[in-house]
Design a protein around this ligand. Structure first.
Ligand SMILES: [Zn+2]
Length: 240
């Protein structure tokens, strides 16, 4: 098991980015993990402690980043304990081998949809593809730090989605690396803001569908399973 300093730097920088992008409302709300699958080590923003009272994610330095194993055990090398939402991150990593990074946000506009337990309609190409060719779905409510919350998020992310809402709580974005997951986190927030702005124009945001993107026959073939659509790379493969 090898602890890599560059991963700690990436996670600490991610905390700064999350604040600068308006993806957290302050203190330690929201969090980030990165999974080095080669070495079976997960790097996580830390939980506040006496040693590290977190007033903002900008307080976290690389050496403060918690290191845990895939079962959630804090490694002896770690100076801190991980974020309380670690069980949710572990559940998603176990269910989604394509995910190596998770960004959990408490941003203003997506939290409005989470508060109302409503899906965010994806009316633009970027939000639609990131959400796995559907709306950004809202998972069932789960208590903070519970295994149940993780199970609920795995359920709502099924089908290749990289984005989902946590009821009454926030949002989750996952990706093959931290840059990708962070971008998806901004897309969730943008989709929520745009859905409300479209509503302010007096129209209901129209959910994008396969029929907007592909010709009719291809869209139908995807829907009926004759063509596989890779939701990560947005490539299509005709099945025999
Ligand atoms: Zn949270």
């Amino acid at each position: 098991m090898k602890i890599r300093h560059d991963y700690k730097v990436a996670v600490a920088d991610g905390g700064w980015r999350m604040v600068d992008l308006g993806l957290t409302t302050g203190l330690d709300s929201g969090d980030i993990t990165v999974f080095d699958r080669e070495n079976d080590v997960i790097y996580a923003l830390p939980a506040p402690s006496d040693r590290l009272p977190i007033r903002s994610w900008k307080d976290v330095r690389p050496e403060d980043v918690a290191v845990v194993d895939p079962d959630g055990n804090t490694l002896p090398e770690s100076l801190t304990d991980p974020t309380v939402e670690l069980p949710m991150h572990l559940a998603i990593y176990a269910a989604r081998p394509d995910a190596n990074a998770i960004v959990h946000t408490h941003a203003e506009d997506s939290q409005v949809f989470a508060a109302a337990e409503r899906d965010i309609p994806t009316a633009t190409i970027d939000s639609y593809t990131r959400a796995g060719f559907g709306p950004i779905r809202c998972g069932k409510f789960g208590v903070v730090a519970s295994k149940e919350l993780g199970d609920n998020m795995v359920e709502v992310l099924a089908g290749g989605s990289k984005a989902a809402l946590m009821a009454r709580h926030g949002a989750v974005a996952l990706g093959p690396d931290l840059a990708d997951a962070m971008f998806t986190a901004t897309v969730i927030e943008k989709a929520a803001r745009q859905a409300m702005k479209v509503a302010s124009l007096g129209t209901t945001p129209e959910q994008l569908t396969l029929y907007h993107i592909f010709d009719h026959d291809l869209a139908r073939d995807i829907e009926e399973g004759r063509v596989h659509l890779d939701t990560q790379t947005v490539t299509i493969q005709r099945l025999a």
